[in-house]
Design a protein around this ligand. Structure first.
Ligand SMILES: N[C@@H](CCC(=O)N[C@@H](CS)C(=O)NCC(=O)O)C(=O)O
Length: 216
């Protein structure tokens, strides 16, 4: 069987890359990693060697390319038989919040770019950004209260939903979001997580600096 290779962007800045990388680590699945620095003259040419969308992450298994963070997580969940909550209701909500993250929160993603190693950054709060922060706080509270009894994660055990929201936890930490106590506890779990620590340590070692993502 062909081995798995995950093609990612810079660990400090590439929020979409972080999601499947974390999920694959949590699934205990072996994979090689290829890091392509974003925002360079050869970025597009390098990404094109692995996938068709001009974007990372891309998962390769031999000739097979899977080129979207959520699709990669879904594929890994099919390989391992785990990754979504077991109960159908919880699984449906986990898929809803994951899809909501994947397709939404544009203001948050634009105004607070992921900058994993940055701390104590502050930007002007806008109504649209505040609405995104409040909605995410609500999602985390709702999932934890309804489905989180069996562990520290949104649905108790670690699931794709946690991987999807992990970059948001980093953003809240970097930009000092005003959030509820339950959301703060959840962020503490995300930051203490061993795979996340591994990613953050690597992000700290990177020397690339992108002015467009250095805000606040
Ligand atoms: N919907 C895609 C989004 C992927 C995406 O936007 N990736 C960014 C990096 S985080 C990218 O590849 N940008 C290309 C570039 O900067 O040249 C996914 O979920 O994987």
């Amino acid at each position: 069987m062909a081995s798995l290779t995950l093609v990612i962007g810079n660990k400090n800045y590439s929020s979409w890359s972080l999601r499947p990388w974390l999920f694959m680590k949590h699934q205990g699945i072996a994979f090689d990693e290829i890091l392509i620095p974003l925002d360079t003259p050869s970025t597009r040419e390098n990404i094109d060697k692995y996938g068709p969308s001009g974007r990372v992450p891309v998962l390769r298994k031999g000739e097979l390319a899977i080129w979207d963070s959520l699709a990669i997580c879904e594929y890994i969940a099919e390989l391992t038989g785990s990754g979504w909550p077991k109960a159908p209701e919880a699984r449906a909500v986990a898929r809803s919040v994951s899809a909501e993250m994947h397709s939404g929160f544009l203001n948050l993603r634009t105004l607070w770019p992921m900058n994993a190693r940055a701390r104590n950054r502050r930007t002007a709060m806008t109504a649209a950004l505040e609405a995104d922060v409040e909605r995410i706080d609500q999602i985390w509270n709702d999932c934890r209260a309804r489905f989180g009894a069996a562990g520290p994660w949104l649905f108790g055990e670690y699931s794709i939903a946690d991987a999807m929201y992990a970059p948001v936890a980093l953003r809240f930490n970097t930009y000092g979001a005003s959030i509820s106590q339950a959301a703060r506890w959840y962020i503490a779990s995300v930051l203490e997580d061993a795979p996340m620590q591994e990613w953050l340590a690597a992000a700290k070692q990177e020397t690339w600096s992108y002015p467009g993502s250095e805000v606040g």
